[in-house]
Design a protein around this ligand. Structure first.
Ligand code: MTE
Ligand code: HPA
Ligand code: MOS
Length: 821
C-alpha cells in the first residue's frame, strides 16, 4: 500500500464514504472531497520540512536571548548590565530604552511592553535582550538576570489567582454581562435547583516548535522578519510600530509552524519585535529562538477559570433558568482576553436552549503570564461548566445525564434562539446524537457498566456522552476577510498564495485542493507558497477555525476569475459557449472538442490573457453589538458528539480511557483524512487539558511546571485503544467552500465526555452520596482522590490494583485491547 492509499484507507475505515468511490464520482483526478495526504506529509516525516529555525543562516547572523524578571510584581529600581555586556560572545544588551518607536506588542490594548521599562508585572517577563555570537552564549549571558546585582527590584504586592483578582475587583477589561428573560424569578419558582462552584485549569499550547523569529535588515530601512506566527500581518505591524516605521518597510514571512494552537496568534509578537529591534540596532541578521522553559515562563496559555453557577429545572431536567459567573485568569495584560471572554459567554449554552439566563464573564488581572488564544478560544471554558451543571442536574434527579442533555437540546423552529440572539438555523443535534448512540451502543453499555460496578469494589467504570455546538467565525466581524493570489504559469503549473498560515492543520492542502478543483487539475499541479505580507496585505490571524473557510473562498475567487478568462478563449478556439466549458482531468472540453489545460494556458499567454488574479472573501451575515452582547457572531455552527468510557482506581486515583466513539460534523469534508486527524488531535489535546495537564505557580508567582518533566501532555500511549472517529455525512447549510465546515477547534470540546465519564465513575463509588462528585479539572489522580474523599468513600484496600487496572476491558466486547499505561 502506498502512502496515499494508507490515508484513503484510514479515512474510509473511519466511516466516511470510501475515498476511491468519491473520487470516481468526481472524475479520477478529483482533488476535492478525497482523503489526500497533507501537502508536506513527506517532508514532515523525513525531516526536510523547513521551519523558521531551519532557514539557512546568513553570514553574520547573531543570536538573541531574553533576561527575565525574578518577581511577579516589582518596581525596577536599577539595572547594571555591565556583567551581561562583558559575558563571553556578547555584542549588545538591549533594554526598553533602545526601542525607537512604541514599546508595545499588545494586539488590542497597548498594555504589553516588549521589554519591561519601570515595572515588572509577572515572573518571567522579559526585561532585557542579550545579543551574542551564538544561541548558547546569548542564553548563558541572559541567565545572569537571575543574579541580584544585575536588575534591582522593589517588590510590590502581587495578585496571583483569579479569586484574588475578583475580590480586589482587578480586571484587564470591564466585566461582560449578558442577560435574557428573568432567570432569578425562573430559578426561584423552579421545582428543583442546583447551585455550585467549579474550576478548570489553564493549558500550555505546547506547540512542538517553540516561539522563534529571524530578522534580516534590508536596504532603505527595510526589515524581513521570518516568524513562526499565525498572524504575519500583525507581526509586520507591531515591528513597524516598534521601529517607528511605516508598515511597507517590513515584510513578515512564514512558510509553516510546528504547531500554533492559538499560542502564536498574538504572542509571537514579542519574539518578532526583539529580533527586529536587535537586527535594526546591530544592522545584522538576528535570530531569537526561545528555549522551552523560557517559552513556558514568558508566554500566555489557555485561561483557567473559576465558576459560580445556579440553575432551576423541572422534573425532566429541563433548565428553566440559569446563571453563571465565569472568572477567567487574563494575566497581566489584556491580549485577546476580551474576545476570549466573549466566546466563553457565547458558548455557555453549548447545545442547549436557555430561555432565561444570566452570564457574567470577568477578565481577572493577575501577576502571571498574559493568557491568550488556545484552540477553542474561551468556547471550551464557557461550555464545560454547562455540561457539569447538566451532569449535576441528572444526578440530583437520578436520571441518565444523556436524557437530561437531550431534553435541553435546541429545537428546530422553536426553542432555537441563543442567549445572544442568534437563531440556530442548522441544528443537526438530534440526528447526529441518534446516529452516535446507535453505533456506540450507549444504552447497553450503560447497563453493563452498572453491573460491573455493582460487583467491583475498587475499580469503577464511568460512561458519558457529551455534544458540541461551536460557532464558526471570528467573533470580531471585521476579521472575517481574506485574500489570495493565484498565478498560472505558461507551462500550466499553478502557484497559490493566500493570507492564511500553515501550522500542521492542512490549510495549504485544502486551499490547493480548492484551486486544483477549479481548474480540473490533479493536486500535484498546484503548489502553495509561503505566507508573505508583501503578497497579501492586511490579513487576519489564521484562527477561529476559519482558515480554510476564508482563504479557500478567496483562492476559489481568484481561480474562478482566471478560469472564466480561459473559458472564453477555449470557446473562441473550440466553438461553443464559455459557460459550457468544462475543466476536468487536466483537460478543457467544450462543443465536442478538447485540449490539455496547459495547451489552453499557452495559447492564452500568446493571446495576452492575464493568467494570474487576486481573490477576496468577506464572510456574509456576521454582525455583533459589543455593548449588548447580541447579534449574529457566527456564520454557522459545527456540531459533534462523543461517548467515552473510563475505569478509575478508587484507591490511587489512576484512571484509564477504555473506549471513545466520536461523530463529528465537518460538513462535506474537503479532505476527510485531514479532518479526521483534526478530530483525533483535538480530542486528545482537550483530554490533556481536562485530565493531566496542570499548571502550578508557587507563592512567589513562579510557574513551577515549565517543562515536559513537570507538565504532562498526553502521549501516544494515552490514546484509547478503541478510538472510533467518524465524520457525520452532512453539507454545510451555508455556501462555504465545497459546503465544508471548519474543523480545527470544535473537536477540542469532545473530551468533555472523558471528564464526565471520570465523574460518573466517581459517583459510582458513592451511589448514596447526596451531591454530584465535586471533581475539579484537570481530573488528575489527586483531584479524583479529593473528589472521592469528599464523597466519604474511602474504599477498601486492594493489593493487586495494578493488575486489576491493566486487565480492564470496555463494557462491550471492544474491538481492541486497552493499551497499558
Ligand atoms: N492543528 C495542528 N496540527 N496544529 C495547530 O497548531 N491549531 C488549531 C487547529 N488545528 C492547530 C491545529 C487552532 S487553535 C485553530 S484556530 C485552527 O487549527 C486554525 O487553522 P484552520 O482555521 O485552518 O483550521
Ligand atoms: N477566535 C480566535 N481569534 C479571535 C477571535 C476568535 O473568535 N476573535 C478575535 N480574535
Ligand atoms: Mo485558534 S485558538 O483560534 O488559533
Amino acid at each position: 500500500m502506498n502512502r496515499t492509499d494508507a490515508f484513503v484507507e484510514r479515512a474510509a475505515s473511519a466511516g466516511t464514504e470510501p475515498a476511491d468511490r468519491q473520487a470516481a464520482a468526481r472524475g479520477s483526478d478529483a482533488a476535492i472531497g478525497v482523503g489526500l495526504p497533507h501537502e508536506s506529509a513527506e517532508l514532515h516525516v523525513s525531516g526536510e520540512a523547513a521551519y523558521t529555525d531551519d532557514i539557512a543562516e546568513l553570514h553574520g547572523t547573531l543570536h538573541a536571548a531574553l533576561g527575565l524578571s525574578r518577581h511577579a510584581h516589582a518596581r525596577i529600581v536599577s539595572m547594571d548590565l555591565d556583567a551581561v555586556r562583558h559575558a563571553p560572545g556578547v555584542l549588545a544588551v538591549l533594554t526598553a530604552d533602545d526601542i525607537p518607536g512604541e514599546n508595545n506588542c499588545g494586539p488590542v490594548l497597548h498594555d504589553d511592553p516588549i521589554l519591561a521599562a519601570d515595572e515588572v508585572l509577572y515572573l518571567g517577563q522579559p526585561v532585557f535582550a542579550v545579543i551574542a555570537e551564538s544561541h548558547e552564549l546569548a542564553r548563558r549571558a541572559a541567565a545572569l538576570a537571575k543574579s541580584d546585582d544585575v536588575v534591582r527590584y522593589e517588590p510590590l504586592e502581587a495578585i496571583l489567582t483569579p479569586a484574588e483578582a475578583k475580590a480586589a475587583k482587578q480586571f484587564v477589561l470591564p466585566p461582560l454581562h449578558l442577560t435574557r428573560g428573568d432567570p432569578a424569578a425562573k430559578i426561584a419558582a423552579a421545582p428543583h435547583k442546583i447551585r455550585g462552584t467549579f474550576e478548570v485549569g489553564g493549558q500550555e499550547q505546547f506547540y512542538l516548535e517553540g516561539q522563534v523569529a529571524y530578522a534580516v535588515p534590508k536596504e532603505m530601512d527595510g526589515m524581513l522578519v521570518y516568524s513562526s506566527t499565525q498572524h504575519p500581518s500583525e507581526m509586520q505591524q507591531v515591528v513597524a510600530h516598534m521601529l517607528g516605521w511605516p508598515a511597507h518597510n517590513v515584510v513578515c514571512e512564514c512558510r509553516r509552524m510546528g504547531g500554533g494552537f492559538g499560542g502564536k496568534e498574538s504572542q509571537s509578537a514579542l519574539f518578532a519585535c526583539v529580533a527586529a529591534l536587535a537586527a535594526r540596532v546591530l544592522r545584522r541578521p538576528v535570530k531569537l529562538r526561545a528555549d522551552r522553559d523560557d517559552d513556558f515562563m514568558i508566554t500566555g496559555k489557555r485561561h483557567d477559570a473559576i465558576y459560580e453557577y445556579e440553575a432551576g429545572f423541572d422534573d425532566s431536567g429541563r433548565i428553566l433558568g440559569a446563571r453563571v459567573e465565569i472568572a477567567l485568569r487574563a494575566g497581566y495584560s489584556a491580549d485577546l482576553s476580551g474576545a476570549v471572554a466573549t466566546r466563553a459567554v457565547c458558548h455557555f449554552d453549548n447545545a442547549y436552549y436557555l430561555s432565561d439566563v444570566d452570564i457574567v464573564a470577568l477578565c481577572c488581572k493577575t501577576n502571571t503570564q498574559s493568557n491568550t488564544a488556545f484552540r477553542g478560544f474561551g468556547g471550551p471554558q464557557g461550555a464545560l461548566v454547562m455540561e457539569v451543571m447538566l451532569d449535576s442536574i441528572a444526578r440530583q434527579l437520578n436520571r441518565d445525564p444523556l436524557d437530561v442533555r437531550v431534553a435541553n437540546y435546541y429545537g428546530i423552529g422553536e426553542r432555537d434562539t441563543t442567549p445572544y440572539g442568534q437563531q440556530v438555523e442548522d441544528n443537526i443535534l438530534a440526528p447526529l446524537t441518534d446516529d452516535l448512540l446507535g453505533w456506540s451502543d450507549y444504552r447497553a453499555r450503560r447497563q453493563a457498566i452498572a453491573a460491573f460496578n455493582a460487583k467491583s469494589p475498587v475499580l469503577k467504570r464511568g460512561l458519558a456522552f457529551t455534544p458540541v455546538k461551536f460557532g464558526i467565525s471570528f467573533n470580531v466581524p471585521f476579521l472575517n476577510q481574506a485574500g489570495a493570489l493565484v498565478h498560472v504559469y505558461k507551462d500550466g503549473s499553478v502557484l497559490v498564495n493566500h493570507g492564511g498560515t500553515e501550522m500542521g492543520q492542512g490549510l495549504n492542502t485544502k486551499v490547493a485542493q480548492v484551486v486544483a478543483n477549479e481548474f480540473g487539475l490533479p493536486l500535484a499541479r498546484v503548489r502553495v507558497s509561503a505566507t508573505d505580507t508583501s503578497k497579501i496585505a492586511n490579513t487576519s490571524a489564521t484562527a477561529a477555525s476559519t482558515g480554510s473557510d476564508l482563504n479557500g473562498k478567496a483562492a476559489e475567487d481568484a481561480a474562478r476569475t482566471i478560469r472564466a478568462r480561459l473559458a472564453e478563449l477555449a470557446a473562441r478556439q473550440l466553438g461553443g459557449h464559455a459557460d459550457d466549458v468544462r475543466f476536468a482531468n487536466g483537460e478543457v472540453t467544450v462543443n465536442g472538442g478538447a485540449m490539455p489545460f496547459e495547451q489552453l494556458v499557452g495559447a492564452a499567454y500568446l493571446a495576452r490573457v492575464q493568467l494570474w488574479s487576486d481573490g477576496f472573501y468577506a464572510t456574509p451575515k456576521v454582525h455583533w453589538d459589543a455593548k449588548t452582547l447580541t447579534g449574529h457572531p457566527f456564520y454557522y455552527f459545527a456540531y459533534g458528539a462523543a461517548v467515552s468510557e473510563v475505569v478509575i482506581d478508587t484507591l490511587t486515583g489512576e484512571w484509564k480511557l477504555l473506549r471513545v466513539d466520536v461523530l463529528h460534523d465537518a460538513g462535506q469534508s474537503i479532505n476527510p483524512a485531514i479532518d479526521l486527524g483534526q478530530v483525533e488531535g483535538g480530542f486528545i489535546q482537550g483530554m490533556g487539558w481536562l485530565t493531566s495537564e496542570e499548571l502550578w505557580w508557587n507563592r512567589e508567582g513562579r510557574l513551577m511546571t515549565h517543562a515536559p518533566s513537570t507538565y504532562k501532555i498526553p502521549a501516544v500511549s494515552d490514546t484509547p485503544a478503541a478510538f472510533n472517529v467518524r465524520l457525520y455525512q452532512n453539507q454545510n447549510a451555508e455556501p462555504t467552500v465545497f459546503r465544508s465546515k471548519a474543523v480545527g477547534e470544535p473537536p477540542l470540546l469532545l473530551p468533555f465526555s472523558v471528564f464526565l465519564a471520570i465523574r460518573d465513575a466517581i459517583a459510582a463509588a458513592a451511589p448514596a452520596a447526596p451531591t454530584a462528585p465535586p471533581l475539579r479539572a484537570p481530573a488528575t489522580p489527586e483531584a479524583i482522590l479529593d473528589a472521592l474523599d469528599a464523597l466519604n468513600s474511602p474504599g477498601t484496600f486492594h493489593a493487586d490494583r495494578a493488575s486489576a487496572l491493566s486487565s480492564a476491558q470496555p463494557a462491550s466486547q471492544g474491538t481492541a485491547e486497552p493499551a497499558p499505561r
